[in-house]
Design a protein around this ligand. Sequence first.
Ligand SMILES: Nc1ncnc2c1ncn2[C@@H]1O[C@H](COP(=O)(O)OP(=O)(O)OP(=O)(O)O)[C@@H](O)[C@H]1O
Length: 429
Amino acid sequence: MSMGSEGANALWVERLALTNFRSYASANVTTDAGPQVIVGANGSGKTNLLEALSLLSPGQGLRRVPFVDLARAGGDGSFAVAVRAHTLAGAVDIGTGLQARAVSESTPTPNPSPQGGGEFLGSSGEGFARTSGRSSGRAAVRGTSERGRIVRIDGSAQTGSGILADYLEIVWVTPSMDGLFTGPASERRRFLDRLILCFDHGYRTIAGRFERAMTSRNRLLADGVRDDAQLSGFERVMAENGIAVAAARLEAVAAMAQIVDKRRERDPDSAFPWSSFRLEGSIEDSLQRLSAVGAEDQYAQTLRQTRERDRAASRTLDGPHRSDLVVEHGPKGLAARHCSTGEQKALLLGLVLAHAELLTERQEGAAPILLLDEITAHLDADRRAALFAEILHLGAQAWMTGTDKNAFDAVAGRARFWAVREGKITVSE
Ligand SMILES: Nc1ncnc2c1ncn2[C@@H]1O[C@H](COP(=O)(O)OP(=O)(O)OP(=O)(O)O)[C@@H](O)[C@H]1O
């Protein structure tokens, strides 16, 4: 059961220690399983703290910056984030960071797959499809962005960050997601893909296979290769994995829709309006009409027929890397992109809360850790109070930041308050 068991089974961080992480030379926080409110002026280090916590999940963290940029300027190039956390596998010590020598070894290559990547799964910065999860044996990190990264569980060194998914689920909302509904489709795909990764760790592997095969096909096309056997080989891999990606997305969207319906029944007048959403894309369409094998064959055939077009375009124009998640404000029946800024934030939070609830259900009551950066911006007092009530109901350890302590009045007495100033974090009364 997910609801009504505040704090029970929740995933939470009990102790956090930062060393040479961005603006923090050293910081220590010991806390409880409840909500955490971090208040400080602009530039004081609030987001840095959330970013450190986000590194306890696979991939590059909430700002998606290369690891070398996370080390404190003026330090030796190393940094460490260490926590004592209550996880899906019990209480463990988790550490991650960068060794000093990684700085000199690192090559500043922002996108290692210029001909194929950049549009699928946020590959232009996330390092997302370049690490592997549990289903593929946790291979080494291949991208440059996490080079030199250390991951330790209870003191023993791990290969790659994929293993972190076995311990904690972390979901975040940042101001950069404010434009989710108005920005490019790639942002919405990234949002959906990250959401899927929380409960389908094998997704990273199939997405990675698709992306690598697409990169190889694009390269052959760019090199003027017309050999059918070579191209077909990659196109077959793209078809198999592209259909698997689409199937995982359809499954996730259906599961989310069920939770959204449940939330709507429970609270028809929620401050976080229910949304309807659907996947728009030729692969998803064909998968809804045909069997998986039929959809695979059709996609492979499309790829074969569009080689010259794709050669001219210098990219593959058909595939799951072109799909979009179309969201509508349910009660208004209006496309999310036409809603007001505040309405869009409320819709986004509705989706994120539904996702957190879905995860909680699938994890036998263990709510994910929520990182909510500048969360009170754009929310009126009623919506803020509703958000805090939802967090308490979910039993999640939510780390929330803001510049104004008063914006968190409605959660006073139920949350722990912290003050951040000039790279120092202290308990606030
Ligand atoms: N590698 C680094 N070394 C030292 N300081 C850094 C590094 N990276 C960022 N900073 C500093 O961290 C500060 C920004 O911290 P952060 O983004 O957490 O601020 P914030 O409290 O969230 O601010 P805002 O309210 O404006 O969003 C800036 O002062 C920046 O100069």
